[in-house]
Write a protein that binds this ligand. Structure first.
Ligand code: FES
Ligand SMILES: [Fe+2]
Length: 356
């Protein structure tokens, strides 16, 4: 799960509390600046250790109930009357989970047997971009969040994610985005198409300069973007909760956080180069407006799907444009089948289930 931006934990002792599924996770930078992720529960009587969203620890995390103290790596270092306590007390360190950084974001996995993030991403990135490291060209680690918008949508997170798996709705629902990316009137975007994802991306129409509501560019193309991509849009979806757009002068990252079976928080970041952000007159609102207007159209449709899903007659029919939804459900089915492997291409029994 992509949970927050790395720059939100800027120095040793910085912490941030995030929700990952049903678990509260405490992200901390230790004294060496390395990232740690601990389950936010004291190992004495299980109280939630930290209730603030973010802040700064000095050198340790102290439980407010009986005063057990853990270092930033989660090791129990002190407890009142330690000498009188049974010897196994000393072993009651915080539970830690795996944490990685990529594209300037922090990614958490609660599964202790999960393979490393890079190995999970490799097949998704290869399917999308072949052997070319397209995300790497945009220098996402160094980009700044010029604008963040948060939306709450009354729909299950999977309904939202599936909406972004297909562009069949684009010609009906998204006139603004189809003006900038005319190819999308075909019902195919860049993540799915008749022969798979569109590796070369979609071209911005020749009258526009950039991906924004007015068609103007916000700033110069990012330094690592090659000239042949100066008018290209690349979309990327990463199971389970990330949607990225790579545009010549910025990157947009949309994350879905389930808040309940029929409620999802969507956090959208618009990332620009720090040099562009510091220029006088920098104004990302035109670029923001295009995604904002389009996302609101999507969210309204998703709320209608959620309402429809509550009918006993609810069913779905998928066109070839929506084949990526099948891929997503196959992946999801594999995750829900208790780690039982299904071979590549096989349809898992749960592939058609919309699970909560
Ligand atoms: S519950 Fe944390 S010290 Fe007792
Ligand atoms: Fe859409």
């Amino acid at each position: 799960m992509c949970v927050t931006r790395s720059s939100e934990l800027p120095k040793p002792g910085s912490f941030r509390r995030v929700q990952v599924g049903g678990e509260s996770v405490l992200l901390v930078r230790n004294r060496d600046g390395e990232l740690r992720a601990h389950i936010n529960l004291c190992r004495h009587r299980g109280v939630v250790l930290c209730t603030e969203d973010s802040g700064q620890f000095n050198t340790s995390i102290r439980c407010p109930y009986h005063g057990w103290t853990f270092d930033l790596n989660g090791q129990l270092t002190a407890a009142p009357f330690m000498k009188e306590l049974p010897p196994q007390t000393k072993e009651r360190h915080l539970y830690s989970v795996s944490v990685s950084e990529w594209l300037g974001y922090i990614w958490v996995n609660l599964d202790p047997s999960a393979v490393p993030l890079a190995d999970q991403l490799a097949p998704m990135l290869h399917k999308r971009f072949g052997d070319v490291d397209v995300p790497g060209r945009y220098g996402c680690d160094e980009l700044e969040v010029a604008k963040r918008e948060t939306y709450e949508v009354n729909a299950n997170w999977k309904i939202l994610f599936e909406n972004f798996c297909e562009c069949y709705h684009c010609p009906t629902m998204h006139p603004e985005v189809c003006d900038i990316l005319p190819e999308w009137r075909s019902g195919y975007g860049t993540v799915s198409g008749p022969t798979g994802p569109k590796i070369e991306g979609s071209k911005i129409n020749e009258k526009a300069e950039g991906f924004s509501l007015s068609g103007r560019a916000t700033s110069a193309p990012l330094p690592g973007v090659p000239e042949h991509d100066h008018r290209t849009f690349h979309g990327l979806l990463l199971w389970p909760n990330v949607h990225l757009m790579f545009i010549p002068d910025h990157v947009m990252c949309m994350r879905f956080e389930p808040l309940g079976p029929a409620k999802t928080r969507v956090i959208v970041d618009w990332l620009f180069h720090p040099t562009a952000v510091s220029e006088s007159g920098f104004d990302p609102s035109d670029a923001v407006a295009l995604v904002d207007v389009t996302a609101r159209q999507d969210f309204e449709a998703c709320e209608r799907v959620q309402a429809g899903a509550e009918s006993s007659y609810f069913e779905e029919f998928h066109t070839p444009h929506e084949s990526m939804i099948t891929d997503f459900r196959r992946w999801l089915g594999e995750q829900l089948s208790d780690g039982a492997e299904t071979s590549a291409g096989a349809t898992s029994p749960q592939a058609d289930v919309i699970a909560v």
